[in-house]
Design a protein around this ligand. Structure first.
Ligand code: UD1
Length: 416
């Protein structure tokens, strides 16, 4: 049936452990190509995007094994520079293989990548950064072909601080000749994780997590072991579930330092959030309050990936809220589905105007992308009666087992 069924209206109690970060894992897996040896990646989320990346790596010659949540990747024998279309078009992160393959093999050929339909999502900045490093990139209507006998370090300035373009540039620069200075870089924690992984393999990188990253190319990387940090978006989703449904829940293994804006926002909604080490307790007894105006932003701002979950919270909170999405213009698609469940939301001039105090009622709703799909699950938890969220495969791109996790938190939810 490809759906998730939720019997809503329960307060939540219980505890669950947060999986490893999808957005950290995908570029790190791509970067293992740069290592002519073995990478052991622990706390790796078993989600469909990771399975896609594993197939892509296998297709070019990596040997890969799963041991529980550990992935062991042997990239000693990579040889194929062409990537298979059926997996490339499944997700946008396949573009991360470009920088890594150019760095290791000097050549790559792939179709235009796919991904969630949340906005235009061009790849011009990725290609610009790799061209600056000396790659010759040819584009046809369908395919991209890039070549470089040797990438050469240089100054690269991104006009927009794109997460993916920052990562691709780092991947290209790690084995390049000389120094690359990347300015106006994105500062997301997943970029820091990628740099930590590469440093553990012998790369020379300074400034990760700031807007200027300096990479001194090294001749070769070596085998390494790395643990993926907890997923700040999955943790934020369950944090908002606690705020929306009330009760008391505990989340373990959360990346606290990556979640300041999300925690601050949950507190603005009047959720009581307590942190001890990497454990978060969320309690809510009274009604939640709307937020007069909140904008999504690049890290350390409020994450665009949390925007849909926030929209659900604002729909049931008291009073009016306004959300402004500044990263992906097409990320309000769930508003229509939420209105079908009883929410009052209007989208105008790039902002969502939400009249709160909605009593949501269960019905069949359709997920169109990953984070919006997870937010519809939260709406189902808050609604009376039964909600069926169709197209659960979108949610499985980023959540290992959202039903198991939310059942541990006391929800009545199952895959159908
Ligand atoms: C990453 C995350 C995604 C998150 C997003 C913003 C992964 C796998 N995905 O996506 O979950 O929502 O960061 O935090 O890590 N842009 C261009 N040209 C380009 C590239 C981007 O114009 O070549 C624009 C995009 O249209 C968008 C903005 O830059 O408006 C930011 O996008 P970017 O940071 O690149 O997002 P992703 O890396 O795709």
């Amino acid at each position: 049936m490809d759906s998730i069924q939720i019997k809503g209206g329960r307060t939540l109690t219980g505890e669950t452990r947060i999986q490893g970060s999808k957005n950290a894992t995908l570029p790190i897996l791509a970067s293992t190509i740069l290592i002519p040896g073995i990478s052991v990646i622990t706390h790796c989320p078993r989600i469909s995007d990771v399975e896609t990346m594993v197939r892509l790596l296998s297709s070019i010659g990596c040997s890969i094994e799963w041991n529980a949540d550990e992935l062991v990747i042997d990239a000693t024998d990579v040889r194929e520079y062409r990537l298979p279309r059926e997996d490339v078009v499944r997700m946008r992160s396949s573009i991360m293989l470009m920088g890594a393959m150019l760095g290791r093999m000097g050549e790559t050929a792939l179709d235009y990548p796919g991904g969630c339909v949340i906005g235009k999502r061009p790849i011009d900045l990725h290609l610009m950064a790799l061209r600056r490093l000396g790659a010759v990139v040819e584009e046809t209507e369908q395919k991209i072909h890039a070549k470089a006998s040797r990438l050469i370090g240089t100054a690269v300035r991104l006009p927009i601080n794109s997460v993916g373009a920052t990562e691709n540039c780092i991947l290209g620069a790690v084995l390049a000749e000389g120094v690359t200075i990347l300015s106006n870089a994105a500062m997301e924690p997943e970029i820091t994780a990628l740099c930590e992984f590469l440093q553990s393999a012998g790369a020379s990188i300074e400034g990760a997590g700031t807007s200027q990253i300096t990479i001194l190319g090294v001749p070769q990387l070596h085998s390494t072991v790395y643990e993926i940090p907890g997923d700040r978006i999955v943790a934020g989703t369950y944090l908002f579930a606690g705020v929306i449904c009330g009760g008391k829940i505990t989340l373990r293994d959360i990346p606290v330092s990556h979640m300041s804006a999300t925690i601050r926002t949950a507190r603005r909604l009047h959720g009581d959030v307590r942190i001890t080490g990497n454990i978060m307790e969320i309690e809510r007894r009274g009604k939640i309050e709307g937020i007069p105006l909140i904008r999504t932003g690049n890290y350390p701002g409020f994450p665009t990936d949390m925007q849909s979950a926030l929209m659900v919270a604002c729909a049931v909170a008291s009073g009016k809220s306004v959300i402004e999405e500044t990263i992906f213009e097409n990320r309000y698609r769930i508003a229509r589905e939420l209105c079908r469940m009883g929410a009052a939301i209007e989208i105008q001039d790039g902002k969502a105007y939400i009249d709160g105090d909605a009593s949501l009622h269960g019905t069949q709703v359709i997920a169109e992308e990953l984070r919006g799909g997870a937010a519809l699950v939260l709406a189902g938890l808050a609604a009376d009666q039964v909600t069926n969220v169709m197209n659960r495969h979108f949610i499985e791109r980023g959540y290992e087992n959202i039903c198991k996790d939310l059942r541990e938190l006391g929800a009545d939810i199952s895959y159908r």
